[in-house]
Design a protein around this ligand. Structure first.
Ligand code: ATP
Ligand code: MG
Length: 201
């Protein structure tokens, strides 16, 4: 095959591909608030959610963020995104459960965070709500799964929600519109590198 034939074949293949993609785009006409779940053991769940926060803010949307679990308030995402106009940011964690070592305290903290999240999930002025590390509170049983799923299912119809955290439950995955499972292929921490500002926090 000469160069001209190769180019012609490529053009024909691309035309077929374009027709298929255009038809799929035309068929995807629905518009509604989406529930995204970013789960799995790999790094990139929260940062994916915060990338989407930046994307939403770029469209002038109002965003609510609740960080469960995390106790540190010195993260880059909070320092930067938390003070953008249109963002309401809450850090409600006391750290991981092996830090607090108190189940009672963890449950009280979880409930406090959930009260904020529930308020946002009932408020249509929030275009995007991020519930960072929510999955752990469900898997530890600190929050009632049905209560959480019900609030997610009955949120304002145009509101987008992102839930992050490992081991998302079957029920949460079932309810979600878009689910990404990030695999843990490699992580620098296992090679002895400590958490690096700008990358890990
Ligand atoms: P990130 O906030 O960087 O997107 P994440 O939300 O996917 O990470 P978390 O389980 O919430 O993951 O952990 C947050 C912190 O733990 C980050 O500092 C991250 O680099 C680190 N981390 C994430 N996954 C792993 C892993 N598989 N092994 C070791 N450390 C990890
Ligand atoms: Mg995270």
């Amino acid at each position: 095959m000469n160069e001209a034939e190769r180019n012609a074949r490529h053009a024909a293949r691309m035309a077929r591909k374009k027709a298929v993609i255009d038809a799929a785009i035309a068929a995807a006409a629905a518009e509604r608030g989406l529930l995204l779940v970013i789960t799995g053991n790999g790094k990139g769940k929260s940062t994916s959610a915060f990338g989407t926060v930046a994307r939403a803010l770029g469209h002038g949307m109002k965003v609510g963020v609740v960080q469960f679990i995390k106790s540190r308030t010195d993260t880059g995402e909070e320092a930067f995104l938390g003070k953008q106009p249109g963002v309401e940011w809450h850090v409600t964690g006391d750290g991981f459960t092996w830090d607090t070592q108190s189940r009672e305290q963890d449950i009280a903290t979880a409930q406090r965070g959930w009260a904020i999240a529930a308020r946002m999930l009932a408020d249509p002025s929030f275009n995007l709500v991020v519930l960072d590390e929510l999955t752990y509170l469900l898997s530890y049983g600190y929050l009632d799964s049905d209560t959480v799923l019900d609030a997610l299912a009955h949120r304002p119809s145009m509101q987008h929600v992102i839930v992050t955290g490992r081991a998302a439950s079957e029920a949460l995955i079932e309810l979600a519109d878009t689910v990404s499972v990030i695999a843990d292929e490699k992580h620098a921490f296992r090679a002895g590198v400590k958490a690096q500002p700008g990358i890990d926090l």
